[in-house]
Write a protein that binds this ligand. Structure first.
Ligand code: ADP
Ligand code: ZN
Length: 595
């Protein structure tokens, strides 16, 4: 028997296969078992309640805290002729009334609600009149005080459960911590067995870290690499954001800025320009990204070091939600570390220890010479076998190793001779023969290791010292920062070799496209893209609501010649075929006959 959910997947959504766990989750929900879903951004959470909504006779209510996301989802549903409405406090009165009427008339399959709207007496009364089959709680981490976005109204959702006795509840989040997961289950009264946790790995994101040397030039080169594609540049402060935005504008890049210092109006305007493909690059602080559903962001640049891996992962996660390759680059400078250390020093007790652990995980990720996904996934309590092929370290096979046994011996013996009490900066001062007060005060200019390492720059020494740490030749005291030697260090004194793949990560690897992406006709793709933009502006929706990039690439690969062939393309179901099929078939036909 072909399952209904599979049929709907193809005929309504135009997709051939379920993404990992989607099918199991949908089965579980249809059987009316309360279900917790943990999936990374882009994992395909929405489909897990949208397909059940089409199978159930009654209404599916989706609780979502982000009004822009609700709007976006309703647009996407309407684009495939699935009836959906939303209710929130920002809706004009007449539209609100119209939507309420639709629900009363049982005309809609899906109702998107802000949590505070859901709790209103008038809405609960309204919902008592209709059959509610499913309650989907999106961004479910908002229920938990442990989450980063706790919302009191979310807590009260649980109290309404008895009112909707026949409704199954599905809670969804991209937050990985176990504490939050447990909290959601407890608050909603779920049993632990109906939990689906997808892998957090995002293999389509190409990860790259380069030494920050000339950041503006590097940013421009990165944009050039991704010419014509949408991208986000994250900066640490509003000031950097504005400066970089101005500088890019001067270079003719179509960009806007976004941070908490702008008015609501400007922020919304800039965000809309980005979503509608009217600008290419968004320069922003962390304030940007929540509530963005744009699936075809092709690159994310970290202009500054993010505060921790959690932030980093969330931010790069905004790229490539459509599953196509996307490029993520981080500009790294050792100069950023003292600023972070300073902030950490001003914290106390537990917070300080936590911040140190966060910084160390971040540095492990930045400085590793093997697959970056190992420390990254490890941070999210997930094992990764390494050799991912889509990070800068894995790409391009084995790198030539540089023997640094001699500098390692110099460095380590300097650590030993100063009593294993000092950090890397002081050790480097001694090795490079500095006349700093600290060196002279301790009499370290009298040591035999004084001045024996002038052949390497401070930067190179710093990089090597981090490699010695990550190779386990020494460990760093968490509280005071002093370096201590390990047994491995003594093996190096006895002549065991130490090698690293580079002394300073200065070079940018070539632009890389993982080989999964098919060869497609770029000229046709651009033509299809232009038509998509025109249709989108005409209908007043973002271009990705018409067709995703993946759909256009499919057309530019297979050149469908009739409706049946068009239906084989990813993302084209019956409704989109009817709405846009002819327009796109005509373009492909004309392109084929061009010469
Ligand atoms: P999340 O809410 O988990 O971040 P979404 O539900 O927004 O993810 O889905 C991410 C993208 O993946 C969307 O563009 C969606 O259309 C697409 N998608 C979802 N399910 C499938 C599938 N089975 N096959 C192909 N694409 C899918
Ligand atoms: Zn890798």
């Amino acid at each position: 028997m072909i399952k209904r959910s599979r049929t709907i997947l193809k005929s309504v959504f135009g997709y051939d296969k379920f993404l990992p766990l989607q099918e199991e989750i949908i089965d579980n929900v249809i059987q009316k078992r309360d279900t917790l879903v943990i999936m990374p951004t882009g994992g395909g959470k929405s489909l897990c309640y949208q397909i059940p909504a089409l199978i159930f006779d009654g209404l599916t209510i989706v609780i979502s805290p982000l009004i822009s996301l609700m709007k976006d989802q309703v647009e996407q549903m309407l684009a495939i002729n699935v009836t959906a409405v939303l209710l929130n406090s920002q809706l004009p009165a007449d539209e609100y009334r119209k939507n309420v009427y639709q629900i009363k008339q049982k005309k809609s399959k899906l109702l998107y609600l802000a949590p505070e709207t859901f709790l209103k007496k008038s809405i609960l009364n309204l919902l008592a009149l209709v059959q509610v089959d499913c309650l989907a709680v999106d961004e479910a981490h908002c229920i938990s005080r442990w989450g980063h976005d706790f919302r009191p109204e979310y807590r009260q959702l649980a109290e309404t459960r008895p009112v909707f006795k026949d409704a199954v509840c599905i809670a969804l989040t991209a937050t990985a911590t176990q504490q939050v997961q447990k909290d959601i289950q407890k608050s909603l009264g779920f049993d632990a067995s109906n939990e689906f946790i997808a892998s957090f790995d995002r293999p389509n994101l190409f990860l790259r870290i380069v030494e920050k040397s000339n950041p503006l030039k590097q940013a421009l080169a990165f944009i050039e690499e991704n010419a014509g594609e949408s991208g986000i540049i994250y900066c640490a402060t509003r000031n950097t954001t504005d400066k970089l935005y101005e500088a890019l504008k001067k270079q003719g890049i179509s960009a806007k800025n976004y941070h908490a210092g702008l008015t609501d109006r400007d922020r919304n305007k800039n965000q809309d320009l980005f979503i509608n493909d009217d600008i290419q690059v968004m320069v922003a602080t962390v304030a940007f990204g929540m509530g963005i559903n744009k699936p075809d962001v092709r690159f994310v640049l970290h202009y500054d070091l993010p505060p921790n891996l959690e932030n980093y992962y969330q931010e790069i996660g905004r790229a490539g939600r459509d599953g196509l390759p996307a490029s993520c680059m981080l500009l790294f400078s050792y100069g950023d570390i003292p600023k972070i250390r300073y902030i950490i020093q001003n914290k106390k007790g537990h917070e300080q220890r936590l911040a140190n652990i966060h910084l160390n995980s971040l540095l492990q990720f930045v400085e590793t010479e093997s697959c970056r996904r190992v420390p990254l996934m490890n941070y999210f309590d997930e094992d990764h076998p390494g050799n991912c092929r889509t990070c800068d370290n894995c790409f391009g096979g084995d790198k030539e190793q540089i023997d640094v046994t001699l500098p390692a011996q110099k460095f380590l013996s300097c650590v030993k001779r100063t009593g294993e009490r000092f950090g890397a900066n002081h050790i480097i001062d001694i090795l490079r023969g500095s006349k700093s007060k600290k060196v002279l005060n301790f009499g370290h200019d009298k040591l035999s290791t004084y001045g024996i390492g002038a052949e390497y720059s401070r930067k190179q020494w710093l990089h090597m010292s981090r490699q010695f740490l990550s190779k386990g030749l020494m460990i760093q005291d968490m509280e005071y920062g002093g370096l201590n030697l390990t047994a491995k260090a003594y093996a190096v004194f006895k002549g065991e070799k130490v090698s690293v793949s580079h002394i300073l990560p200065e070079t940018l690897p070539e632009k890389i496209l993982p080989d999964e992406i098919p060869e497609y006709d770029r000229e046709l793709f651009e033509m299809l893209r232009k038509t998509r933009k025109k249709l989108a502006d005409h209908t007043g929706v973002p271009p990705y609501v018409i067709f995703s990039d993946k759909t256009l690439i499919g057309m530019a690969t297979f050149f469908p010649g009739n409706e049946n062939e068009l239906l084989q393309i990813h993302g084209i179901g019956a409704v989109k075929l009817e709405k846009y099929g002819k327009i796109f078939l005509d373009i492909i036909e004309a392109y084929r006959n061009k010469d």
